[in-house]
Design a protein around this ligand. Structure first.
Ligand code: NDP
Length: 248
C-alpha cells in the first residue's frame, strides 16, 4: 500500500522547481494532487505530467498566493473537486534580492506578501477542513536564508524566518486536532531560482556547504513526504534543514 493512498495534497508553487518535485513525489506514492501555481500553463503542465503516469490524480489551479480572497476561492474549488484536504505544502516563493540600503518598498512587499502572507492565506483556506477531519499535515518551505540570514536577502530572510514563527504558533494551536505543522528549510537547490547565480556566487556558496554541492528538488520532496507521513505523527513545530549541512 502506498503511503498517501486516498489522501489529497495541496502543493503551492508546483508549476516548476521544488514544488513540482514535491507534487510528483506525492502522486508517485498514491496521493491526489491539487497543483497550484501562479501561471496557468505551468500548473497545467505539472498536472498533465502527473496525470500521464497516474490518470486523474492531479488538478491544476492558477492563483496569486498573495491574494487572500482569490486563495479562499481556490480552497473552496479544491474541496469541491476532491472532497477533502489532508496535506498542505506551502512552497510558492520568490526572491527580489538587493542590499537593504537600496531595497525598494515594492521589493520588500512583494517578497513578504508572496512568501509569508501567501502561506498564511493557504492556511486560512485549508485549515478548517483539516480541523473538521481531526487530522492533517502542514509543511511550510522556508530556507537556509531564514535560519542564517544571507547578505542581499533582508526581505527574503525575513519572510522565511517569519514562516518558522508562524509554523510554531500554528503547531501549538492545532495539535489537539491531530494536525502537525512543520518547516523544511532547503539550502541551495538546482532550480530556476538558482539558475541565474554567477559562477563566483555558486563557488562561494559551495564552499560553505559541507557536502560541497547543490541539492535537487527530490531531496526536498523526500523530507516533505516524510513529515507528511504517518511515521512523523509525533513531530510538530520543527524545522528540518535539508541543506548539505550548510546551516549547522
Ligand atoms: P522556482 O522559482 O523554481 O519556482 C517557484 C514556484 O512558485 C513557481 O511554481 C511559481 O509559479 C510559484 N510562485 C511564485 N510566486 C507565486 C505567487 N505569487 N502565487 C503563486 N505561485 C507563485 O522556485 P524554487 O522551486 O527554487 O523554490 C520553491 C520554494 O523553495 C520557494 O519558497 C523558495 O523560496 C524555496 N527555496 C528554494 C531554494 C533554492 O535554492 N531553489 C533554497 C531555499 C528555499 P509559476 O511557475 O506559475 O511562476
Amino acid at each position: 500500500m502506498s503511503r498517501f493512498e486516498n489522501q489529497v495534497v495541496v502543493v503551492t508553487g508546483a508549476g516548476r522547481g521544488i514544488g513540482e518535485a514535491i507534487a510528483r513525489r506525492f502522486a508517485g506514492e498514491g496521493a491526489k494532487i491539487a497543483v497550484v501555481s501562479r501561471t496557468e500553463s505551468n500548473s497545467q503542465r505539472t498536472a498533465d505530467a502527473i496525470n500521464a503516469a497516474q490518470p486523474g490524480a492531479a488538478m491544476p489551479y492558477a492563483v496569486d498566493v498573495a491574494d487572500f480572497d482569490a486563495v479562499q476561492a481556490v480552497g473552496e474549488r479544491v474541496l469541491a473537486d476532491f472532497g477533502r484536504a489532508d496535506v498542505l505544502v506551502n512552497n510558492a516563493g520568490i526572491t527580489r534580492d538587493g542590499l537593504a540600503m537600496r531595497m525598494s518598498s515594492d521589493d520588500w512587499d512583494a517578497v513578504l506578501d508572496t512568501n509569508l502572507k501567501g502561506a498564511f492565506n493557504f492556511v486560512r483556506a485549508m485549515l478548517r477542513p483539516m480541523v473538521r477531519q481531526r487530522g492533517g499535515r502542514i509543511i511550510n518551505i522556508s530556507s537556509v536564508s531564514g535560519l542564517m540570514g544571507l547578505a542581499g536577502q533582508a526581505n527574503y530572510a525575513a519572510s522565511k524566518a517569519g514562516l518558522i514563527g508562524m509554523t510554531k504558533s500554528l503547531a501549538r494551536e492545532v495539535a489537539s486536532r491531530g494536525i502537525t505543522v512543520n518547516v523544511v528549510a532547503p539550502g541551495f537547490i538546482e532550480t530556476d531560482m538558482t539558475a541565474g547565480l554567477s559562477e563566483d556566487i555558486r563557488k562561494g556558496a559551495q564552499a560553505q556547504i559541507p557536502l560541497a554541492r547543490f541539492g535537487a528538488g527530490d531531496d526536498i520532496a523526500a523530507a516533505v513526504a516524510f513529515l507528511a507521513s504517518a511515521e512523523a505523527a509525533y513531530i510538530t513545530g520543527q524545522v528540518l534543514a535539508v541543506d548539505g549541512g550548510m546551516s549547522m
